[in-house]
Each structure stands twice: as C-alpha cells, then as structure tokens.
Design a protein around this ligand. Structure first.
Ligand SMILES: [Zn+2]
Length: 309
C-alpha cells in the first residue's frame, strides 16, 4: 500500500506535458522551465511573467540551485490529481522542490485571473520551492521537520498576503475563545476546519519573527538546514531561542494584544488590588516605566513590535 501510494505520487510529480524549450527562463536567481498544452500558451505567458516579477523578492532568501519546472494544468481537477490533494477546492497551485503545479489562470474565475493575481500566487509558491532548495537537497526536502507555520508564514510574508488573512485582533479573539487550540504548533490538526486561522496565524507569526529577529537570522536558519541540521536545531542556532519558546512569546503577544501599542509590564508587587481594575485592558501602560536595555537576542518584552503590515 505504501509502495503503491509512493508510486502514485511519484507519477503525479513527473511532468506529463511537453516542456516548451523556447520559453525557458534563465534569471539571476535560477532557471525555470514551462510545461503546458498548446492551448495554454497565453496562460503560460502570464505564469512566465509572474516568475520574472518574483525574482527580486525571492532573492531575499537565496537562489535556486536546481531548475524549477512550472506545469500548467487545464483545470482544477487536473491540478488536484497532479498535487495528489483531492478535495482541496481552494488550491490554485502546489509547490515542490523542483516543480510547481499551476491551475491555468484562465480558469481561476469566469473572467480569468489578472496578472497581479498570478504574480502573487507564483511568488507564494516559488517561495516554498526556494525554501526547500536553500534548506535541503532533492532527497531531504521533506525530512527537515519544517513546521507549517514557518513555511506558510514565509510564503505569505514574501508575497505580501497579509491583507488576505484574518487580522491580529481576529487571531486574539480566536485564542480567547479557544484557549486549548494551537493554530501554530498544531497547525496540521486545524488545517481543514480552521484554514483561514491557520494561514493567518502563520503569516503573523512569521511577520513577528522578522520584526523581532530580522531577515538575516531567517536566512541563517535556512542555511543551517542546508548544512545538514533539521529545523528545530537550525532555528535555535540561528535565532537564538527554541522555536517553541518563540511561539509561546508570539502567542502571549497576540493574547495580550501587544500589537495595540504601548508596553505591557509585569504587575508591580503589592498592586494586586489595582490589577483587577485593569482587567480586559492589558495594553494600557498605566504603570509604565522604561524597560532595561536588552543585550544579545531580543527578550520577550512586548513593546515596539507592532507589525509592519
Ligand atoms: Zn503555501
């Protein structure tokens, strides 16, 4: 059974359509090939332009070392088959290490997709392929233990998709309403039922990671994986704290609405009586005092971390 499934997915990942040699793109960041039927020529042009447009933003994380083939499928059913993801109505593309399956933009809506929509989706998908290539090899890219929040957050951040996902305030309400749920560390278990929350949490967590620790440490995480480490070790070495600790900090920031601005200070000793009066408004800095300067990796204080988007 396992062998049969493995064969099915191996077949699904092999391009069945002819690669159009004329359309190949050699960009500073990598080499791209395009496979499609003759009637998808116009759609392929849009995808090709989107790959060109994605180049500068992708260079944030590194360059491709293997060529990437973009396979354009004539309809949604063909995409689901190729991606081996039945029942994923919302899917428009699916990325792997060396190949991106794309549902023909001609079929995304009745009127077809705009170039801007294709640009956004391709930037998201190519970020996934690039992350795999920078952090792994053809043989190891599925075995690094990269969590969903990191890969989806990175793709959403890179493609500027914050406007699409639920806001930090929505996420805060979700955490208050579902104190046992963990859309970050246990994203896989909520992926079907709380898809928007999972993507939103991933986006905001990654955005928080960038604003607090910087893009350089994220590149460091990818490069450490590229040298052989798995994700947990690479993250800890490059960022300076375990990923679990980072997620706890982020959860606290969202739960206490640190994004509203102001500082959240620990309660003063003997302020027990007053604390009750502030309940529900933890972001109002009533007992504000300057925080000590930090050294080394940033700590878990909640000031000055308002998201960029
Ligand atoms: Zn994605």
């Amino acid at each position: 059974m396992v062998v049969a499934l493995a064969l099915v997915s191996a077949c699904a990942s092999a391009p069945r359509k002819a690669v159009d040699p004329e359309a190949s793109l050699a960009l500073p960041g990598g080499e791209f090939r395009f496979a499609h039927d003759a009637r998808e020529a116009q759609a392929a042009d849009m995808v090709r332009r989107a790959v060109e447009h994605a180049g500068p933003r992708l260079s944030l994380w590194g360059t491709f070392h293997d060529p990437v083939t973009l396979v354009i499928h004539p309809n949604h059913a063909a995409l689901e088959r190729a991606a081996n993801r039945p029942g994923h109505d919302f899917l428009r593309a699916w990325a792997r290490f060396e190949q991106v399956e794309v549902q023909s933009p001609r079929t995304w809506t009745r009127a077809g997709a705009s170039q801007k929509q294709v640009d956004e989706l391709l930037l998201h998908e190519l970020t996934h392929s690039l992350m795999y290539q920078v952090s792994a090899t053809r043989l190891t890219w599925t075995k690094k233990g990269i969590p969903l929040w990191f890969s989806e957050g990175m793709a959403s951040y890179t493609a500027g998709q914050g406007y699409r996902v639920p806001s930090l305030e929505d996420l805060s309400r979700f955490l208050h309403d579902h104190p046992q749920a963990d859309p970050l560390a246990r994203a896989e278990s909520l992926y079907e039922s709380e898809n928007a929350t999972v993507y939103g949490a991933a986006h905001h967590a990654f955005d928080f990671l960038v604003s607090r620790y910087g893009e350089e440490r994220i590149r460091g995480t990818l490069q450490a994986m590229g040298r052989g480490q798995d994700f947990p070790q690479a993250f800890q070495d490059a960022v300076g704290i375990p990923a679990d600790t980072f997620l706890r900090d982020f959860r606290r920031y969202v739960y206490l609405r640190g994004f509203k601005g102001g500082r959240i200070n620990p309660p003063e000793p003997g302020m027990g009586g007053l604390r009750g009066e502030n309940r529900g408004l933890p972001w109002i800095p009533l007992f504000s005092k300057p925080l000590p300067p930090t050294s080394g990796p940033p700590d878990t204080t909640l000031g000055d971390t308002s998201p960029k988007r």
